[in-house]
Design a protein around this ligand. Structure first.
Ligand code: GDG
Length: 530
């Protein structure tokens, strides 16, 4: 699943295929298990050390009602990285964020994880100044996030925030170096919060193998060039040996941006950038959920029962359900989705009758004004549309602002007849793939924005431009009226795609490339010695 120029085929994992055949259709090949990923990671890393670094920690300690609980970070990405860390005895550096994090770690912030069966070290990092921490977050989420997403929300350029961002990256680099010591090591950096750390690490310890995965889009060079500190940021990223994106297009944009801003040799043959003798490979690794785990949960009788209870609790009887599940983020196109549904209702487009929308909005970045504004816009629009088309006690849109557990979320996927993913821009969008993974009966329809990375793989979704409200309304209407046979044809094709790659393939492909591109520490060291 690794592209662009090099496509790396992986072997069929036969044991898993047998197990998955009932719950997931036979995709074009294979399914990596957690164990396979762990083996590949171990083989790749040994005898070096592995350090993972991310903004968010995999486990938080939280004190509530007098007792301390461990909360595991939700989602497939956290669990894949957790398996890698466990298999390799890694050190994972992340910001401490739980209110009982300090008292549960040792004096240097180290704590053994997972709590019940310790296999690796979580190295918590404390940034003592709230001001620096806040400014770092604001730079990441108020500048880099809108800049990379091209959603016409003006990025905030603030020198103090940039400096705080650099400072927090420096603190990450320091902690990583401490974890590495004198040993050869591979460092896996996660995302746009850590763009500068690689350069600091490379300067301090040139023999490190540095890999970074960028989870959000990379815009085109023309958009990126407004960032006042673009050269330093790009220089930071070019200290990596390998940088991964979800789709080729983001990688191409990145290469183009670097070529415009810095003196580099663009090696299209290898899909790499060479600068001052150092080569950075650019690859795509489309992320995916654990489709089997989702299918297993959706297959449990409790999921169907929960979906039925939801119908009762929401009072929606046998109405068709258009579902939305998103962090409350302006990149997700939630107001556009509401506008399109309103148009379906006002124009009485086919399928309008006996249809409701259920929108789950997970609160996010609530300290930033753009996010507060979005939450009010969404609530106000829902109220307006309900006042126009609903009746007391039976709204046409149910807005649920909550952070649900994984087991609570799956019944919504079972409930949704139409899933609307209308991102204005999105690195991948896991929700689209999770919905497909949960549709065991091959029914249901996915309406998908072409600006989500997922649209590259999910070609059998009904795709519609979320900026074009009429087109989106037409797409919803079409989805609502698609007959069962047509649903089945599309959903089967989608399910083959989603079951062909899972989150473990994502990690495995990266480790394979580390080996195949000769990026492991011992090979790097041998090469440099020649
Ligand atoms: C970034 C990029 C890229 C949703 N509601 C609840 C909940 N979720 C889970 C979903 C899904 C995840 O959150 C959301 O992932 P997305 O990919 O859709 O979006 P971002 O959060 O913006 O993620 C994105 C991703 O990174 C991975 O690289 O795909 O493009 O923007 O897994 O299931 N989880 C829980 N409760 C909820 O209420 N527990």
């Amino acid at each position: 699943m690794s592209t662009p120029v090099l496509s790396v085929p992986t072997k069929v994992d036969r044991a898993t295929q047998a197990e998955t055949s009932r719950l997931t259709p036979r995709g074009p090949g294979r399914h990596t298990t957690q164990e396979t990923l762990q083996r590949v990671a171990r083989e790749t890393v040994a005898p070096a050390k592995l350090v993972i670094a991310s903004h968010r920690e995999p486990y938080q300690h939280v004190r509530r009602d007098g007792s301390i609980r461990v909360i595991r970070s939700a989602g497939g990405l956290a669990s894949a990285l957790d398996s890698i860390a466990q298999a390799t005895g890694a050190t994972w550096v992340a910001l401490g964020s739980g209110n009982a994090d300090r008292e549960t770690a040792d004096a240097t912030g180290r704590v053994a994880m997972p709590p019940d069966k310790p296999r690796y070290t979580l190295q918590r990092l404390w940034i003592d100044s709230d001001e620096v921490l806040d400014a770092y977050r604001r730079f990441a989420n108020g500048c880099l996030w809108p800049l990379c997403h091209v959603v016409y929300v003006r990025p905030q350029f603030d020198r103090d925030q940039w400096e705080a961002y650099r400072e927090v990256n420096r603190r990450f680099a320091e902690q990583i170096l401490r974890a590495v010591g004198d040993e050869p090591a591979i460092v896996l950096l996660q995302d746009y919060q850590l763009a500068l750390a690689a350069r600091m690490l490379r300067d301090a310890k040139p023999d490190l193998s540095l890999v970074l995965f960028w989870h959000i889009p990379w815009p085109n060079a023309e958009v990126f060039r407004i960032l006042p500190w673009r050269r330093e940021l790009l220089d930071g990223l070019l200290a990596t040996d390998l940088i991964g994106f979800h789709i080729n297009y983001h990688g191409f944009n990145f290469m183009e941006t670097v070529a415009r801003e810095l003196e580099v040799h663009v090696d299209r043959e290898r899909s790499a950038l060479k600068r001052r003798g150092h080569r950075t490979y650019v690859r795509s690794y489309p992320i995916a959920p654990d489709a089997l785990e989702i299918a297993r949960t959706a297959d449990m009788p409790t999921a169907a029962q929960a979906a039925t209870s939801l119908r009762r609790e929401l009072g929606i009887g046998d109405a068709r359900v258009i579902l939305g599940v998103d962090r409350l983020d302006y990149t997700k196109g939630i107001p556009e989705r509401l506008d399109a549904f309103e148009r379906v209702l006002e124009q009485q487009l086919p399928g309008w009758d006996n249809t409701v929308m259920v929108q789950i909005g997970v609160p996010s970045r609530v300290d930033l004004p753009d996010y507060q504004a979005l939450q009010s816009t969404v609530s106000d629009r829902v109220d307006q549309i309900n006042a126009r088309f609903g009746s007391p006690g039976s709204p046409v849109i149910h807005l649920i602002i909550d952070n649900l557990g994984f087991d609570e979320l799956i019944p919504y996927y079972v409930l949704g007849d139409v899933m609307a993913v209308t991102s204005l821009h999105d690195g991948m969008n896991l929700v689209a793939k999770e919905y497909v993974a949960a549709r065991l009966n091959d029914d249901g329809v996915l309406v998908l924005s072409p600006y989500a990375g997922a649209s590259r793989e999910l070609e059998h979704a009904i795709q519609a431009n979320p900026y074009d409200i009429d087109a989106l309304a037409q797409a919803l209407s079409r989805a609502l009226t698609l007959d069962r046979d047509a649903q089945r044809v599309r959903m089967r094709a989608l399910r083959e795609v989603v079951s062909a790659h899972n989150i473990y393939d994502w990690g495995r492909a990266m480790f394979r490339d580390i080996r195949r591109l000769h990026l492991t520490p011992e090979v790097r060291t041998a090469r440099e010695a020649v």
